[in-house]
Ligand binder design. Structure first.
Ligand SMILES: Cc1cc2nc3c(=O)[nH]c(=O)nc-3n(C[C@H](O)[C@H](O)[C@H](O)COP(=O)(O)OP(=O)(O)OC[C@H]3O[C@@H](n4cnc5c(N)ncnc54)[C@H](O)[C@@H]3O)c2cc1C
Length: 292
């Protein structure tokens, strides 16, 4: 199918983008890489009467690397992050380039943006999971000004966020915590969305885990943190027994949905397997003294 008739407006700078969104409100939708929105338009699952293309708003493609955080402009593509592996801005945040390569296929990664992924709010999306894992914050801008929101508060449910119709997500900021981190997933075919994804992070201290975090994707309406499993890890070394106990606690704590792709029981088994893998990676990185 083809999209319904709509007006296409291209913003050239942040001010113009914000003005257009203020003018058209909930009649309008932002388009960035188009990799999620265009299929929704073609299936007529989204029916905006105006598209505001922000692709030319170059200030929103900027990367700001500081000692304590890395700010990625919303228009940073998945591919740019993937190709930045090993570079200084991603020091301590190597999990971002490593994970980017899991997203879709090359043409999708070369157009799709991190801001689009977070604004789309798919609970199995890699950026949504990592943003929750690593306590990232989104910067949102509108005619009313700018606000910063932790991703845990931005992501509200399946494809639902707290971004207002006249707001645009301009950047996402990842703190450099020194944690070792990993995201692993299971997808039926390479490039498909993950059935289940598991991400883990921990700050290594004297051979034991500090501030352990486990976040799962594909098991609920948003990325899900699993405090029951994190409690198993706190203050303990990541030995195989401890990892197995945390993985079992994670599987017991979730109630994943059944759908055409997988039953709830299958997803639960995947949780146990993937949490084990993610924690094993984290343990390995921590032993090598390497952060995220
Ligand atoms: C075959 C296929 C496989 C895929 N596999 C994966 C995968 O494995 N993992 C994954 O995470 N994604 C996957 N995707 C989705 C892809 O990563 C998209 O790039 C991403 O979800 C959205 O980014 P975008 O820039 O293309 O956003 P768009 O498609 O342009 O927009 C998506 C939504 O976000 C809104 N939006 C976009 N940017 C902003 C902004 N800055 N501020 C406010 N609202 C905004 C739009 O209005 C729209 O509602 C896949 C897509 C396809 C087609």
């Amino acid at each position: 199918m083809k999209p319904p008739p709509l007006r296409y407006l291209r913003a050239h700078d942040p001010e113009e983008a914000v003005e257009l969104l203020a003018e058209y409100g909930d009649e309008a939708k932002v388009i960035a890489g188009g990799q999620s929105l265009v299929p929704l338009l073609n299936f007529r699952l989204a029916r905006p009467s105006v598209l505001v293309d922000i692709g030319a708003v170059t200030p929103w493609a900027t990367l700001v690397s500081g000692d304590r955080s890395l700010e990625l402009g919303a228009l940073t593509t998945h591919l740019r992050i993937e190709r930045a592996g090993g570079t200084e801005p991603f020091r301590g945040l190597e999990v971002l380039p490593r994970t980017a390569s899991l997203i879709g296929h090359l043409p999708i990664r070369s157009r799709g943006t991190i801001g689009g992924s977070l604004a789309h709010g798919d609970p199995a999306a890699e950026w949504c999971i990592l943003a929750v894992l690593l306590d990232a914050e989104a910067t949102l801008c509108s005619g009313r000004g700018e606000r910063r929101v932790p991703l845990t508060r931005l992501l509200q449910g399946f494809f639902t966020t707290t971004i207002a119709p006249d707001e645009v997500l301009t950047a996402v900021t990842f703190p450099r915590t020194g944690a070792a981190a990993s995201l692993v997933e299971h997808a039926p075919r390479h490039g498909d969305f993950a059935l289940v994804a598991a991400a883990a992070a921990a700050e290594p201290a004297d051979g034991v885990c500090r501030r352990p975090r486990i976040v799962l994707g594909g098991v609920g309406p948003t990325p899900v943190r699993v405090p029951d499993a994190e409690d198993v890890l706190a203050g303990r070394a990541l030995t195989p027994d401890v990892v197995a106990a945390a993985a079992a606690a994670a599987a017991a704590a979730v109630d994943p949905p059944s759908d055409a792709h997988a039953s709830s029981a299958h997803r639960r088994r995947l949780v146990a397997t993937l949490v084990t893998r993610a924690l094993t990676h984290v343990g390995g990185r921590a032993r090598e003294g390497r952060a995220a």
